[in-house]
Ligand binder design. Structure first.
Ligand code: SAJ
Length: 432
């Protein structure tokens, strides 16, 4: 079956880079997106989000200019697609249970407009069993077609790294889950036209487990690093030096401790995995989540300790928080540790947050100007590791700040050098 026209449903951090690459490879690509603001920006060749995304801005402008990519919000375009990619959000609710409502409504939109021989590729991260229990039944019930006979479906979980979307789309190996060989072979051929890395095929359930496990794995690894960081603070060692030497031992790969785990993958995917279990109740995975969620509060406690050591009254202190984004050099602040740091310091005299990429928040003063952030500040807390922060000049910070305190959540500074320059320095995992 020849694929010429494709439709990508959901033009977020995953769908937009995918749509651009498909258009670049020559497919007539339609991006179906509910958010009018995003649709208009994309059709003008503008990225709807900030932060470094090497190559994406140029690629978007190219494929919009040459007409290969068009965005819109009318689901009727689905009737012309030979292949449909579903890249919508699968969040968890306040009870940490999956909310697949937007996914199911996107699937229903597709099912009602499904033509014979169309390939549906679901990319959203799913709780295991969702393909068999929800997605296929909806597609068959609303289309009156039968999977593998009248249309084709695969589950190919996205493995995009925000901040390096194009590179990770091209270079990260792909898993393609299916329940029939025709769907699998059509999808392997299609993905091979955009993915330059190996493609592994398996069944729906295995693919769903793989995606949620690969992120639960990373979250547990980070929690281990954070636990060792707290131990090193007490023991008076530098956890980053400990990590460097631990990783000289074969088969060790200790992750980086830090101010916490944000984003939309690691904070959610472990819960998607657990939500599908009825008999087993994992203990390690939830414990890792709680360790990682405790780190922003620990970072705030280090700041309170430093202010007290400096004799600065907390309720009169001006505190600067550097890094609203959940990770360095991107603008995405979803589930950022910074929000918990802000909450923990809410009773300070004055709070100001700086970020070069993330959108301003209205609950505290926000600036993109480093000097404004530092002037009169009693404490500079570094939550995200934006590259520019590691280049800050300590002399200039000294001149601008009222009290010289650095609280380092991402090992951005050399403790000895800061202390030599007269700063009180505290850092995650950096024992005295
Ligand atoms: N973090 C640490 N220590 C580490 C690594 C990360 O504290 O050693 C923190 C980061 O600061 C951030 C959070 O964890 O707050 C998540 O970081 P991340 O690098 O995992 O970035 P994400 O959330 O964008 O994860 C995505 C995931 N990709 C998908 O789910 C498709 C993840 O599987 C990838 O491993 C990750 O990108 C990546 O970096 O490749």
């Amino acid at each position: 079956m020849k694929v010429n026209k494709v439709c990508v449903v959901g033009l977020g951090y995953v769908g937009l880079p995918l749509a651009c690459l498909l258009a670049k490879k020559g497919f007539e690509t339609f991006g179906l997106e509910k958010d009018e603001r995003k649709v208009n920006l994309i059709n003008q060749g503008e990225l709807p989000f900030k932060g470094r995304e090497p190559g994406l801005r140029e690629l978007l402008l190219e494929v919009v200019t040459n007409g290969r990519l068009v965005a819109g919000n009318n689901p009727e375009v689905l009737t012309h697609a030979d292949a449909v990619f579903i890249c919508v959000d699968t969040p968890i609710n306040d009870n940490r249970m999956p909310d697949t409502s937007s996914l199911e409504s996107a699937i229903a939109d597709v099912a009602r407009r499904l033509r014979r021989d169309v390939l549906v590729c679901v990319e959203s991260t799913l709780p295991p069993k969702t393909m068999n229990k929800k997605i296929i039944p909806i597609l068959e019930a609303l289309s009156d077609f039968r999977l593998g006979k009248d249309f084709y479906v695969v589950y190919s979980p996205e493995r995009i790294m925000p901040g390096n979307a194009i590179e990770s789309l091209l270079k990260n190996p792909r898993i393609i889950g299916s329940n029939d060989t025709d769907s699998s072979s059509i999808a392997v051929e299609l993905y091979s036209s955009i993915v330059e890395a190996p493609i592994y095929t398996t069944d729906f359930l295995t693919a769903e487990i793989v995606k949620t496990v690969e992120n639960a794995y990373r979250d547990v690894q980070i929690a281990f690093a954070n636990e060792i960081a707290l131990a090193c603070e007490e023991l008076g060692a530098d956890v980053y030096e400990v990590r460097r030497l631990v990783n000289t031992s074969p088969h060790r790969s200790m992750h980086l401790p830090g101010s916490g785990v944000g984003g939309h993958c690691l904070t959610k995917d472990p819960w998607l995995l657990i939500s599908s279990l009825e008999e087993n109740s994992p203990r390690l995975i939830p414990t890792a989540r709680s360790i990682n969620n405790s780190m922003p509060k620990h970072l705030a406690a280090l700041a309170i300790e430093a202010l007290s050591e400096a004799g600065v009254e907390f309720d009169k202190a001006k505190i600067t928080i550097f890094g609203l984004a959940f990770r360095g050099d991107i603008g995405d602040a979803r589930n950022s540790p910074a929000f918990d740091v802000i909450d923990a310091l809410a009773n300070a005299g004055e709070l100001i947050v700086h970020d070069p990429y993330a959108d301003p928040i209205d609950r505290i003063t926000f600036t993109r100007n480093v000097d404004d952030a530092l002037i009169g500040s009693d404490c500079a807390i570094f939550v995200a590791d934006h590259t520019e922060y590691a280049r800050f000049d300590l002399e200039r910070m000294s001149a601008l700040m009222k009290t010289r305190i650095i609280v380092d959540g991402r090992n951005l500074f050399d403790a000895r050098e800061c202390r030599r320059k007269g700063f009180i320095y505290k850092g995650i995992g950096k024992g005295k």
